[in-house]
Design a protein around this ligand. Structure first.
Ligand code: IMP
Length: 208
C-alpha cells in the first residue's frame, strides 16, 4: 500500500493525538493545521454533526488539495429534545467552557428522574477528497446524565455522563476504558478498518 497524505482538519491537539494513535502503523502521513497555517477554519454553523464535519473536511481538502479528515461531536439529551447537540461546545455561551456547560446541563435536568435522563455522545468523522469525494462515519455511545459531576479524567461532559451498563461516569474511567466504548473511539476504529481494506477507493487512487 503506498503512503497516502491525509490532512487533519482540526486545531485541537487532543483530537490530533487520538487520531494519530488510532491510525498508527497504517501507511499514512498525517498533516495538520500546522502544515496549513493560513487555512481559515470554517465556523460550525450547520444544524447536524454531518454538515459540520463535512464543512471542515471539504474546506481543508479544497485549501490543501489533499484528502482531508474532520470530526464533529457532541452530546444529545433525550429530555432536552437532543440539546445541546451541535451546540455542545458552547452550551453555556463561551466556546469550550466545560465547567459552565456541565453546570447549565445539570440545571436544565433538575428534577428529572433517572429513567428520564437518557443521552448519547455522537461522533461523526468526515473524509473529503479534493475533487468533491466524501465519506461519513457516525458512531454513538449511549448512556445517561448523572445527578452531579464525578471524576477527574476526560473533558467536556464526561463527569456527568454514565455509559450504559456502567455505574462510573466517563470521567472516572481510564483513557483506555473510555476509548473502548466512546463514540470517537468506535468511529476511529471503523475508520481504521475501512482504510485497512483499501477504502474509500478514491483515497487510494489519489495522484497526490
Ligand atoms: P467539537 O466537536 O470540537 O465541536 O466539540 C464538541 C463538544 O462536545 C466538546 O466541546 C464537548 O463539550 C462535547 N464532547 C464531544 N466529545 C466528548 C467526549 O468524549 N466527552 C465529553 N464531552 C464531549
Amino acid at each position: 500500500m503506498k503512503e497516502i497524505r491525509l490532512a487533519v482538519a482540526t486545531r485541537n491537539a487532543g483530537k490530533i493525538r487520538e487520531i494519530r494513535k488510532a491510525l498508527e502503523g497504517l501507511p499514512l502521513r498525517l498533516l495538520t493545521c500546522e502544515d496549513f497555517p493560513d487555512w481559515p477554519v470554517p465556523e460550525e454553523e450547520g444544524s447536524t454533526f454531518e454538515e459540520n464535519a463535512l464543512e471542515k473536511a471539504e474546506s481543508l481538502a479544497r485549501f490543501s488539495g489533499l484528502p482531508s479528515l474532520a470530526d464533529d461531536s457532541g452530546l444529545e439529551v433525550d429530555a432536552l429534545d437532543g440539546a445541546p447537540g451541535v451546540s455542545s461546545a458552547y452550551y453555556a455561551g463561551r466556546h469550550g467552557d466545560d465547567a459552565g456547560n456541565v453546570a447549565r446541563l445539570l440545571t436544565e435536568m433538575e428534577g428529572i428522574p433517572s429513567e428520564g435522563r437518557g443521552a448519547r455522545f455522537v461522533c461523526v468523522l468526515a473524509l473529503a477528497g479534493p475533487r468533491g469525494e466524501r465519506r461519513l462515519i457516525r458512531e454513538t455511545c449511549e448512556g445517561r446524565i448523572a445527578e452531579e459531576p464525578r471524576g477527574e479524567g476526560g473533558f467536556g461532559y464526561d463527569p456527568v455522563f454514565v455509559p450504559r451498563g456502567h455505574s462510573r461516569t466517563m470521567a472516572e474511567l481510564t483513557l483506555e476504558e473510555k476509548n473502548a466504548l466512546s463514540h470517537r473511539g468506535k468511529a476511529l476504529r471503523r475508520l481504521r478498518e475501512l482504510l485497512e481494506r483499501g477504502e474509500p477507493t478514491w483515497l487510494f487512487s489519489d495522484p497526490s
